[in-house]
Design a protein around this ligand. Structure first.
Ligand code: ZN
Length: 509
């Protein structure tokens, strides 16, 4: 029954039909059907995998929020978007495309419809550039039992035991003083330089019953041994970070030299930094049919990629010429720690930009008129039902791989979806033939949250929470299905193209 449904409904999901079929017991009718559709299945599997591979390129480059913004910026520039600066005056034209960054960790891109006039709506998709990770402390030098270690801080709610025994590196932003100016330089060391080793099972027999590291004592990665450092450099790292007065003394010299080597600067040019630890193993396709994506940072670079791609792909001259709205993608930093920062979703950034775009001397209430005509998809990954923990999922709300993006519901407003916003998105999904799933948590289960309720409260706009299904959220290496990328991108593209019309059919307020 499901196979029939999939084949009829969606090109990308014809692949699903193939995956879902049991090896035995396919009726002859189905075999004929499948044979007839084999070309579609083949081509759609190619399309699914092409989209998934493009996402892998994106996620492998997005090793820190700064690198995510850099990659988005480079894609937007290639697609004909113009960079704006918050501090400058903007002269926005219809049928044109722009982007702006704040702190270089949040990026907002938008395409102005050819029919846009102040007071018209905003068609928006929001996501986040940050992921849980370990970050280098401002004074990181530690030496214990002859090991040079790096002090790290836990950022967000990671599953920290997954950071053990991984080949780790460092990536992020360094502030450098150069020719009298303080400039930002991005850095990414492309080889494994750090490791957090497990304690052998012989010394902790109960590790398989429960393993949670002490976040201060057990997560400091090893950088080198003091003895090897002495052999290489003639002297061992000494002095304590506590009393250090310059950046070169706050961290082990080989770490400082490695950063300087990457940046091509002298140690005395370093000022401060925002450095993340990252896994060196690139994201990859997986599973016997290559239907999975095994990757770091699926939450939430998957949504960032799909939103950005949909904005760029949908904003062709033809499509934009007919649009009365502004299409916008907002990718925020700091979602994983509550969004309360100058560049987070709780900041004034979104409202300031929307006010700026709607402002006109002829109509002083243009922004207020735009609010009820606008709509935000809060795009963040959803939990697929885990086959080994079925009891953790509400019995009628169990998102599965390949069956489409998941609308998230929680009437306690952990998610912002309501009947109106869900009905609007289902109309759009129907037009572009993307299947949707619904999720809500059990009443006896905790529930995550997103930027959705924050944006709904701050802006007073209609918001829907949605994301592609994934497993192992907040592990250093997560897992999702390949078809989620194409399905989500297709849905988002359909949203930009069809929202103004669908909104015009809604009669609520
Ligand atoms: Zn997230």
């Amino acid at each position: 029954m499901k196979v029939h449904f999939f084949i009829c409904r969606s090109e990308s999901l014809t692949v699903t039909g193939l995956f879902c079929l049991p090896r035995v017991g396919i009726s002859s009718i189905l075999q004929v059907l499948l044979f007839g559709y084999s070309f579609i299945m083949k081509s759609s599997k190619e399309a699914v995998q092409a989209a998934a591979k493009e996402f892998l390129t994106f996620v492998n480059k997005g090793v820190s929020p700064y690198h995510v913004v850099e990659e988005c910026e480079s894609r937007l520039l290639k697609a004909g978007f113009t960079e704006l600066k918050e501090a400058e005056h903007w002269d926005i034209k219809p049928a044109s495309k722009y982007f702006v960054t704040r702190n270089y960790s949040t990026i907002i891109a938008f395409a102005v419809g050819g029919l846009y006039k102040p007071g018209n709506g905003f068609s928006m998709i929001g996501a986040h550039t940050d992921s849980p990770c370990l970050r280098v402390k401002p004074r990181s030098k530690k030496t214990k039992l002859g090991f040079l270690q790096v002090g790290v801080e836990c950022y967000g709610g990671g599953i920290w035991n997954t950071w053990f025994d991984r080949d780790l590196t460092i990536a992020g932003r360094v502030m450098v003083k150069s020719e009298g100016k303080l400039v930002q330089r991005l850095v990414h060391v492309p080889r494994p330089i750090l490791r957090i080793p497990h304690l052998a099972i012989h010394l902790q027999r109960d590790i398989n019953d429960s393993f949670g590291p002490n976040k201060e004592n057990h997560l400091a990665p090893l950088l080198a041994t003091a003895i090897q450092e002495e052999l290489e450099t003639g002297s061992a790292s000494c002095g304590d970070a506590c009393n250090a007065t310059c950046i070169a003394e706050k961290h082990h010299p080989p770490l400082v030299q490695m950063l300087c080597g990457q940046l091509g600067v002298e140690p005395n040019a370093l000022r401060d930094f925002d450095l993340c630890l990252a896994d060196t193993q690139p994201g990859a396709l997986g599973g016997v049919y290559e239907e999975f994506i095994f990757s770091p940072r699926l939450d939430n670079l998957h949504s960032c990629f799909c939103a950005l791609t949909a904005l760029m792909d949908s904003s062709t001259p033809d499509s934009l010429a007919k649009d009365p709205n502004i299409r916008m993608v907002t990718l925020y930093d700091h979602e994983e720690v509550g969004s309360e920062s100058a560049q987070g979703a709780q900041s004034n950034l979104t409202e300031m930009i929307l006010q700026r775009l709607a402002s006109t001397p002829d109509n002083l209430t243009a922004f207020q008129e735009a609010v009820p005509l606008s709509y935000i998809i809060s795009a963040d990954m959803a939990h697929a039902a885990h086959p080994n923990y079925q009891e953790k999922h509400e019995e009628n709300h169990r998102p599965a791989f390949h069956k489409g993006p998941v609308i998230k519901f929680n009437s306690n407003q952990r998610y912002a979806t309501n009947g109106v916003t869900a009905a609007i998105l289902r109309e759009i999904a129907g037009i572009v033939s993307v299947p949707l799933q619904d999720v809500m948590v059990r009443n006896d289960s905790p529930c995550g949250t997103t930027i959705g309720p924050i944006l709904a409260a701050r802006l007073g706009m209609a918001v829907l929470d949605l994301g592609a299904p994934q497993l192992a959220m907040h592990s250093i290496r997560e897992m999702c299905c390949t078809s989620g990328v194409l399905q989500t991108t297709t849905l988002f593209k359909g949203f930009f193209e069809h929202f103004p019309f669908v909104r015009s059919t809604v009669d609520v307020d």
